[in-house]
Design a binder for this molecule. Structure first.
Ligand SMILES: [Zn+2]
Length: 200
């Protein structure tokens, strides 16, 4: 969709890889955190966003940043310095129950790595890979404990961004309880509205 609307897709993963590949001082710093298997700290992540996205692109979609209020405040500061601003913040709104149902049902084939979902993309024979006949297991990031921990972290650190951006009049809700087609339709309609507004 980023391509369709001529937006640079800036996910934190892509940005870190880009920073490392450019071999700058900034890249060196990012590499040392990644090599140590640690989370890149907020200040460094913000610098990467500033130098690799805000400096280089007029139209972009940030994916995975900001995740916390301190990150959002750093982003605001950098945008102000550059006299830039956000047009919208997309919020994919989903009941916790549904999120748990979706996240815990993910299965992976031990042999070939094919992905399945208990409810939404089941294998033809329960527990057996359609492609290679291998055994299916619960993905390690999909166990109930891991999902609960992630959602608890989301509630504590990321959910406060909803009122933060609502107050600034930037929040656009997408009803994410619908199927993937309806979710893309709604998102596309929002982006169409935003880009039309930009051109007028
Ligand atoms: Zn398989």
């Amino acid at each position: 969709m980023a391509e369709e609307f001529d937006l640079e897709h800036a996910s934190t993963g892509n940005m870190f890889r880009q920073a490392v590949s450019e071999d700058s001082g900034l890249g060196e710093k990012v590499r040392s955190w990644l090599d140590a298997g640690k989370l890149v700290p907020d200040e460094l992540t913000a610098r990467v966003v500033g130098e690799l996205v805000l400096e280089r692109w007029q139209s972009f979609i940030l994916d995975g940043f900001p995740r916390t209020i301190p990150q959002a405040e750093m982003l605001d500061g950098m945008l102000r310095e550059r006299e830039q601003s956000l047009d919208a913040v997309l919020y994919f709104d989903l009941e916790e129950e549904t999120a748990i149902e979706r996240l815990t049902g993910r299965l992976v084939c031990k042999e070939c790595g094919e992905n399945y979902h208990r409810l939404f993309m089941p294998a033809r024979r329960c527990g057996v890979c359609d492609r290679c006949g291998g055994e299916l297991s619960v993905r390690t990031d999909s166990s109930k404990e891991v999902v609960r921990d992630r959602l608890a972290e989301y509630d504590e650190k990321t959910r406060p961004l909803v009122p933060y951006y609502e107050r600034r009049g930037l929040l656009r809700r997408v009803d994410a309880s619908q199927g993937p087609d309806a979710v893309s339709r709604e998102t596309r309609a929002l982006l169409t509205g935003l880009t039309a507004r930009q051109q007028t």
